[in-house]
Design a binder for this molecule. Sequence first.
Ligand code: SF4
Ligand code: F3S
Length: 108
Amino acid sequence: MAYVITENCIKCKYTDCVEVCPVDCFHEGPNFLVINPEECIDCSLCEPECPIEAIVSEDDLDDNNKDFLEINRRLSEKWPIITEIKEPPSDAKEWEGKPNKKELLEEE
Ligand code: SF4
Ligand code: F3S
């Protein structure tokens, strides 16, 4: 079992989640973070750190987010590890809770 990051993180990317992870399994892309589900030890420490509730147990993924387990797995293989909090995008607040952000996910 693993926790994964879901659609609401896209373009918000607050990074409050990364410093609590005991196994450093967060990876950073241009406008989204992912968790490597193969490395995650299911400790749940990161889940309450996200101010917009973007981190979810793989068992609790809703229909809109069910493909995010695969997205987290795939992108964690190509994006670098992030372990320190950084400034979010200047317009992060405006993107909180917006629908249909999946199409805005930048992979490169
Ligand atoms: Fe890291 Fe624990 Fe979150 Fe998994 S559940 S990503 S091990 S902090
Ligand atoms: Fe994203 Fe929330 Fe972490 S917005 S970067 S999952 S704190």
